[in-house]
Design a protein around this ligand. Structure first.
Ligand code: SAM
Length: 239
């Protein structure tokens, strides 16, 4: 991967950045995403934010080598602290866990005033992000799921709006698996959730053999509910 040709995962993130956006890519590493978007004239300005020195330096080197220093500002800092209020209208955060992505958004809430679109690509736990979006007034407007090099990724795009609209009354299932993804089940979706059900069933068997404390019983109820919910959803779509 480089800024000429992104991975399928980052390419999916790039697809949702609106033309002419003022972007902050948080956790930018080599700054491939902002460089690709700037080279294709898709954005007018970007901040490539990085908390770690090594990736920050490699982002800087890359932006300079591409001659993009006028358009892309590479900044060292934690999460949204690299953004000045009002500087950007779009934020991308890709390649981290859902919990880290939501903690970055939560800590930097005061920087979101001018932001109209969030594009988030969790490697795990998209559920945590959907919950955060609902609690903070962001409506999911699109979701994609894709498989690359044997891994499955989700890309969630949100704008301020009616947070419950995409869920159409099935909040619990929608938050878990994605309200758009469940409506249009792809091979990647099917693969992800059949593997997850197998995993939950394995854990359930282990819990059945453990001492039955109130916590064990709670965990078993939670897993049984999830298995039932997701199995029903897969059955309905693939019947
Ligand atoms: N976004 C790129 C991608 O999707 O290919 C890079 C993903 S890389 C796995 C995650 C990057 O996020 C690392 O370079 C890490 O240093 C950075 N990161 C983690 N926590 C961060 C934070 N709180 N603020 C800024 N960057 C962070």
């Amino acid at each position: 991967m480089n800024s000429e040709k992104l991975s399928a995962r980052l390419n999916t993130v790039a697809k949702y950045v609106a033309k002419g956006a003022r972007l902050a890519d948080i956790g930018s590493d080599h700054a491939y995403l902002p460089c690709y978007l700037a080279k294709n004239n898709e954005i007018v300005f970007a901040i490539a934010g990085e908390v770690a020195v090594g990736p920050y330096q490699s982002a800087q080197r890359h932006v300079v080598a591409e001659g993009l220093s006028e358009v892309i500002s590479v900044r060292l800092g934690d999460g949204l602290e690299v953004i000045q209020p009002g500087e950007v209208d779009c934020i991308t955060i890709a390649g981290m866990g859902g919990a880290l992505i939501t903690s970055i958004l939560e800590k930097g809430k005061e920087k979101l005033g001018s932001v109209t679109r969030l594009i988030l690509q969790p490697n795990i736990s998209a559920e945590t992000i959907r919950k955060w979006l609902i609690e903070n007034g962001w409506e999911l407007i699109a979701e994609e799921i894709l498989e690359e090099d044997g891994k499955i990724y989700e890309v969630l795009t949100a704008e301020k709006g009616n947070v419950l609209r995409p869920y159409r009354g099935n909040l619990e299932l929608g938050v878990l698996v994605g309200p758009y993804l469940v409506e249009n089940q792809t091979n990647a979706f099917y693969k992800k959730w059949t593997a997850e059900i197998d995993n939950w069933q394995r854990i359930l068997m282990q819990l059945n053999e453990a001492v039955q404390t109130p916590e064990t019983l709670d965990k078993k109820r939670e897993l049984t509910n999830k298995i039932h919910l997701v199995k029903e959803a897969l059955k309905n779509e693939n019947a």
